[in-house]
Write a protein that binds this ligand. Structure first.
Ligand SMILES: CC(C)(COP(=O)(O)OP(=O)(O)OC[C@H]1O[C@@H](n2cnc3c(N)ncnc32)[C@H](O)[C@@H]1OP(=O)(O)O)[C@@H](O)C(=O)NCCC(=O)NCCS
Length: 143
């Protein structure tokens, strides 16, 4: 099931090697990035165990997907899709009209996932990542 992230989930986020946060960040910096910002919306997928999470920043009528991570042992089981579907429903209820995100043009798994979920590419940001990779900016209108 997908639910909102709670403080008790922070050790899981801390030990999970995702892109935005991971074991090299201090527990306090993760806590403040998630719970110290009023615009944060973080969701976690948990069934028998915690399997992945997603983080967004929500503005007045738009939202950015900041992070999405499914543990490698649980990939290709529909968890990424379930997180995005749940997030889109929650954002719609809040009156959000547009969702945006950046993803590396080399990240084929994520690009396929977002495409399946109805996101479309609007432009490319050259050299966006520290390794020089370009980012694809994707968007989805919520109605
Ligand atoms: C991208 C990621 C979140 C996908 O999560 P997931 O739970 O494995 O995805 P799902 O099982 O819900 O897959 C849904 C769809 O995404 C696409 N997809 C997912 N993984 C894919 C892969 N390795 N190759 C191609 N398409 C893939 C497929 O279209 C799939 O639908 P299908 O199973 O009907 O073919 C996961 O691979 C991950 O955490 N990667 C590392 C972090 C990352 O890149 N995050 C995104 C940054 S913006």
């Amino acid at each position: 099931m997908v639910r909102e992230l709670k403080r008790e989930d922070l050790p899981y986020i801390h030990q999970t090697p995702a892109q935005l946060f991971g074991p090299s960040d201090s527990f306090e910096s993760i806590e403040s990035a998630i719970f110290g910002r009023k615009d944060s919306l973080y969701l976690i997928y948990e069934s028998t165990q915690k399997k992945g999470y997603m983080g967004m920043h929500v503005d007045l009528d738009s939202a950015d997907i900041a992070t999405l991570f499914v543990h490698p042992n649980h990939r290709r089981q529909g968890i990424g899709e379930a997180l995005i579907k749940d997030a889109m429903n929650r954002l719609k209820i809040r009156g959000i009209k547009q969702v945006l995100l950046e993803v590396s043009i080399r990240n084929h798994a994520a690009l396929h996932l977002y495409e399946k979920m109805g996101f479309i590419a609007i432009h490319t940001r050259p050299n966006y990542y520290p390794n020089g990779d370009d980012a694809q900016v994707l968007t989805k209108e919520l109605r």
